[in-house]
Design a protein around this ligand. Structure first.
Ligand SMILES: [Fe+2]
Ligand SMILES: [Fe+2]
Length: 294
């Protein structure tokens, strides 16, 4: 299988944000807020990944892929917990209330994208295999973005003077996204996902992510007296990307186009060696490994 038989391990990392400033990229409140939106979006989103994949596990007939999916679920659950640990103690300590956004996102993932959004009956039970495949297709497209963003955060040098704890959270997460970059695509293909579905769900994922990032950014910036939501989300991202404070928008656009190639496979995305090197040196991952060993 295309995961190169690399076993995906769960690293039980913990982070202490007691000394982390709200603007954890020095002098860059807008970049800090845009990256802080991950704490609002990911706990709900990644626990949803886990629920969908646990539902898909019995349908997997390839033992290696089944093991990859189990490893993927363990890692995504830990990502969700780690970002959740930044949500309340960190953001609320800085006077930010995330609930105007998080109420909506939990509704999206727990009500709209659940197993039975229209209620359980004979018809919706019959639709379950189809509905599961659609959600697996959507996750595969989102995982292309998480790999591309993850590869940027572990390779950019522009954030090296940022708060080390927050940076380690994002780099540990980004490195694991590169590490498990093939799993969602392989599962989508294994469950008979085709090229048209891949194209369709990339379009859905692109629109949904722009909407979620822009709305969560608005929630954060409106509560911070030092930032005003004065520009459109995409214009702001473009300006920050030109200074490498965020992944340059052009590189994201090119990555989206790569996903439309008929022969696309995520094994050529990112650099697994760089990701594993970061995971070997990550302070949080090192602490987790020491705790697991002793
Ligand atoms: Fe993740
Ligand atoms: Fe992931």
């Amino acid at each position: 299988m295309s995961q190169e038989h690399h076993r995906l391990e769960q690293r039980k990392v913990r982070f202490d944000f007691a000394d982390t400033p709200l603007h954890w990229v020095p002098g860059e409140p807008e970049a800090s807020h845009i990256m802080n939106t991950l704490h609002l979006i990911l706990p709900a989103g990644e626990f949803w990944f886990c629920r969908v994949y646990n539902k898909a596990l019995p349908l997997i007939t390839d033992e290696q892929l089944r093991e990859d999916v189990r490893g993927f679920v363990r890692q995504e659950a830990q990502h969700a917990r780690a970002h959740d640990s930044a949500l309340t103690p960190y953001l609320e300590r800085h006077g930010i209330d995330p609930t105007p956004f998080t109420r909506g996102i939990y509704w999206l993932f727990e009500k709209v994208l659940c197993d039975y959004p229209l209620g359980e009956n004979a018809f919706t039970r019959w639709l379950q295999p189809w509905w599961l495949r659609q959600r697996v297709g959507l996750i595969a497209a989102v995982e292309h973005f998480t790999c591309v963003l993850g590869n940027w955060i572990i390779t950019t040098r522009s954030l090296d003077d940022a708060d080390p704890v927050m940076l380690d959270l994002l780099r540990w997460h980004g490195a694991e996204e590169v590490e498990h970059r093939c799993v969602a695509h392989d599962l989508h293909v294994h469950l008979k996902g085709n090229l048209l579905m891949r194209w369709f769900y990339m379009l859905v994922a692109s629109g949904a992510l722009i909407f979620l990032f822009s709305q969560s950014m608005r929630t954060l910036m409106r509560q911070d007296p030092s930032t005003r939501y004065h520009r459109g989300f995409l214009r702001l991202w473009h300006a920050l990307g030109k200074r490498d404070m965020l992944p340059p928008m052009g590189s994201i656009g090119v990555a989206v186009l790569r996903y439309f190639r008929p022969g696309f496979h995520p094994r050529t995305e990112g650099d697994l060696r760089v990701a594993l090197d970061y995971l070997a040196s990550s302070p949080a991952a090192q602490r987790a490994a020491a705790e697991a060993a002793g």
